[in-house]
Every structure is written in C-alpha cells, then in structure tokens.
Design a protein around this ligand. Structure first.
Ligand code: UDX
Length: 450
C-alpha cells in the first residue's frame, strides 16, 4: 500500500527532500507542514524560500499534484501514516549546555503535536540532526498516547547545501536506523520502499537506531576535522614557503585519504558543522569523556583561528592598519551556490575589520538580503552592502575573496585593477583565482596557505 507522507518543518531539509520523494513516488501524497504561514506561502509561490539548483523545477512539476504545502499540521498528521520530523535543532543559547547542546524545544513540541493529533498507528521518522538516543525521548513522549503505537526511525539527512537536489537524487547512501523489533523491521522496510523507487538497494543501509543517530554527527565531525586539519597545515605552509594547494593535492592522491574536503580556506561555515561538532563535544562531556571532548573542541577552535589569521595577515601587509581604508569583502554566503549565511566565516572577518575601523563593503550574488539582516547590529555606517562587485571594488584598497563563487573567477580583473587604489591588494582565501595573472595585472596578491 502506498501510504501518504507528511513532513513537519518546511526548511532546508523538509522542502527539498519531500519534493524529491514526491517526484519519485507519484502514487503517494506528500505534505510539508510548518507553523510559519509565511514560509508555507512562499513554498506555494514562485519565489521559494530556499534556493537550490534544480529545486524550483521539481517543485513546479509536482506541487498541487502529489506535493502540498500547508499550515494544517494536525490535519495532515491525521491523514498520513508516515511522519517525518525535520524541524530545526539549533545550538542552545541558554541554560545548561548553552553554546554546545542542541535546542530540542521545536522537536519536542512536534512529538507532542503528533501524539495529540494521531488517530491510528504511525511511523515517525527523525530527519533533523539530533543527539544520540533522542529517539528514546521521542518514544517516551509518544508512548503517553493511550491507544496508538508509534515506531520511531532515524533517517538522517546527508545533503549539502548548493548540491541538495543532486545529493538527494544520487545519494552515496541512505541511512535508516530502527529498533530491532518486529514492528521496527516492518517500519524500516516501509521507509526503505519510499527511497527504493530511485535509490539502488545496496545504497540503502540499515542500522540500529543509536548508530544512525550518531552517524550523522560522526560524518559531519570527520568532514569538519578534515577542513580544520588542512587549515592547520595552511598556517604552516604560510610560515615555511610550502604551498597548501600543492601539499593538499599530493596528500589527496593517496587513495586511503582521497581528494575531497582538503581545500584550505577561510574555515567551514554552514548550519551543520560547528553545531554538530559542538554537540559531539557536549555528548562526550555528558558521558565523562573529557579528552574526547577536548579533541573535538579543537576542531572548532582551529576554525575560528583561521579567520583571525586571515585578518592578522591582511594587517601585516597594510602597515598594521586598515583604519579608514576601503576593504571589499567578496562573498558573504558560507560557500558558493547558496544564499545561506549561517556560521559564515565572512561574519567573523567583517566583525574584525569593523573593529579595526575599516570601511567595509560587502558584495555577494545571492546572500545580500541575508547579509543585511545579519549585519544590522554593526555600528551605523561601518558596513556598506553592494550588489555589484565592480562598484564594491571602486576606490577599494583591498579585496578579500571569501566565497568561491564562479562569478568572481570570471570578473574582468583588469577593470577591477583600474577601479582600485594602489597597491590594490587581493586576498584570495579560497585559492580559486589565478594569482600569477593577477600579479601580472599589477595587483598585490595574498592567498591562504601560499
Ligand atoms: C554539510 C555536510 O556536507 C552535509 O552532509 C550535512 O548534512 C550538512 O552539513 P553543508 O554545510 O551544506 O553540508 O556544506 P559542505 O559543502 O559540506 O561544506 C561545509 C563547509 O566546509 C563550507 O563552509 C565549505 O566552504 C567548507 N569546506 C568544504 C572547506 O573549507 N574545504 C573543503 O575542502 C570542503
């Protein structure tokens, strides 16, 4: 039987994931619900609240056919048998574990809503990133229901922003964790059948519930650690004359290591890495594993140091002062192909430049509306936002390239040189520009790890 599906939470995870599930399961109805009416209205409009290459096309194809966006959370829970929970679990900003633990309030209220609205047995699928053993708590809340039974599964999302649709259509793996009971096995099979309409069987991996929950944190922590490792090496390269792009390329040729996630840069950003590593730190502490907690904490500390290093090096190349100098920050998104600015390294860099009394101008092809909100608390007049990179470069003493947008590699750098003031410093923190060419054009060039 093709059971209908609802996903609570119409964010970066719920929207794209359900769009692809609906596309590949035309005989099932798929609902995405959220308490935020504005967000739902946006999903129902031509202006989707999430930008992902390929997403709008898919939504257009299935919306109104078997994909629906609604604020009627309880009604949709009643209609459906499979309930995904994809609400956000940001880092707690208050109370115990503030700054490290996950804030589970939205998640717990979802559990209570499910329990209150349920009219028959349901499968509940955790999609949000959650600390290990959260399903146990979810079960406890749901068990308070007098008649109906709920089976809780963990199906963590591994999609990266900017490539979410590709990651969903061609995943390296789909992970489903479930309780090792008869109902658990049955529920795992039902969920596997949804993905099985397009994902090859051997890529659908099933584990016990706790392994699935921990794997998400583990995978993100290992990736974040690679970025911090390569960034730690980039500092040593700068001090010794080694070139991080060469070192990383050769290290990556070792098939045991592989080439991915070895790009030195301004440090990792995005909604997951910092949050998940800190959550791992908190879990280690909770279980009394201080050394393990310190180890993972250093991955985050290293990341912040990388941004400080960038500004320190800029200062040492500008007579230790950028006061009243115009510094153009190219890129505010935490990486290319997204408008997302959560935990973006640019914020930290802009903050430090403002402290140094630089006249900062920020440009970005997709993230300026988010940047505007993000930078609203900066001292009045300290940061200017400018959609056109040429206008941003005009009269600038330095450009710091923070986001690896393709647009920036394709700029007319000759024109930019003319617009800037000497010595026209370009600081390529992403190693994506042709430095030799820029030097020939008369720029003073700096890059991370070179
Ligand atoms: C990540 C995970 O990849 C994904 O599986 C998880 O579900 C959510 O978190 P995302 O945050 O969208 O996805 O971005 P990702 O492409 O993984 O990059 C994370 C950060 O690391 C970015 O700031 C990126 O610029 C940085 N990075 C990545 C590097 O600095 N160097 C690299 O070599 C790779």
């Amino acid at each position: 039987m093709n059971k209908d599906i609802v996903c609570i939470g119409a964010g970066y995870i719920g929207g794209p994931t359900m769009a692809v599930i609906a596309l590949k399961n035309p005989r099932r109805k798929v609902w995405v619900v959220d308490i935020n009416a504005e967000r739902i209205a946006a999903w129902n409009s031509d202006n989707l609240p999430v930008y992902e290459p390929g997403l709008a096309e898919i939504v257009k194809k299935v919306r109104g056919k078997n994909l629906f966006f609604s604020t009627d959370i309880e009604g949709c829970i009643r209609k459906c048998d499979i309930i995904f929970v994809g609400v956000n679990t940001p880092t707690k900003t208050f109370g115990r574990g503030a700054g490290r633990a996950s804030d589970l309030q939205y998640w717990e209220s979802s559990a209570r809503t499910i329990s209150a609205a349920a009219n028959r047995d349901k499968i509940v699928v955790e999609k949000s990133t959650l600390p290990v053993r959260t399903a146990e708590a979810m079960e406890k809340v749901l068990k308070t229901h007098p008649e109906h039974k709920f089976t809780v599964l963990s199906n963590p999302e591994f999609l990266a922003e900017g490539t979410a649709i590709r990651d969903l259509l061609e995943p390296d793996r789909v992970l489903i964790g479930g309780p090792r009971t008869k109902e658990g096995d049955r529920a795992v099979k039902e969920l596997a059948a949804i993905y099985g309409t397009w994902v090859p069987k051997e890529k659908i991996v099933t584990t016990n519930l706790w392994s699935a929950e921990l794997t998400k944190l583990a995978a993100n922590a290992m990736l974040a650690q690679r970025v911090s490792s390569v960034n730690a090496l980039s500092a040593l390269c700068e001090a010794t004359g080694a070139d991080i792009t060469e070192v990383a390329r050769v290290v990556g040729l070792d098939s045991r290591i592989g080439p991915k996630f070895l790009k030195a840069g301004p440090g990792f950003g995005g909604s997951c890495f910092k949050k998940d590593v800190l959550n791992l730190v908190y879990l280690c502490e909770t279980y009394g594993l201080k050394e393990a907690a310190d180890y993972w904490n250093q991955v985050v500390a290293m990341n912040e140091w990388q941004q400080e290093r960038i500004v320190t090096r800029l200062l040492s190349e500008t007579f230790h002062t950028v006061a009243n100098k115009r510094v153009a920050v190219f890129g505010y998104a935490f990486k290319a192909d997204t408008g997302d600015i959560r935990e973006t390294p640019s914020r930290h860099v802009v903050g430090m430049l403002v402290e140094e009394h630089a006249k900062v101008v920020v440009t970005d092809p997709k993230a300026l509306p988010n940047a505007e909100r993000d930078l609203a608390a900066m001292p009045a007049g300290s940061v200017e936002l400018e959609p056109c990179p040429y206008a941003a470069a005009k009269g600038a003493d330095a450009i710091i390239l923070m986001t690896d947008w393709k647009e920036y590699t394709e700029l007319d750098w000759k024109k930019i040189r003319r617009l800037m003031r000497s010595p026209a410093l370009v600081y390529d923190t992403r190693n994506c520009l042709d430095l030799a060419k820029l030097a020939k054009l008369g720029f003073k060039v700096l890059a991370v790890g070179r």
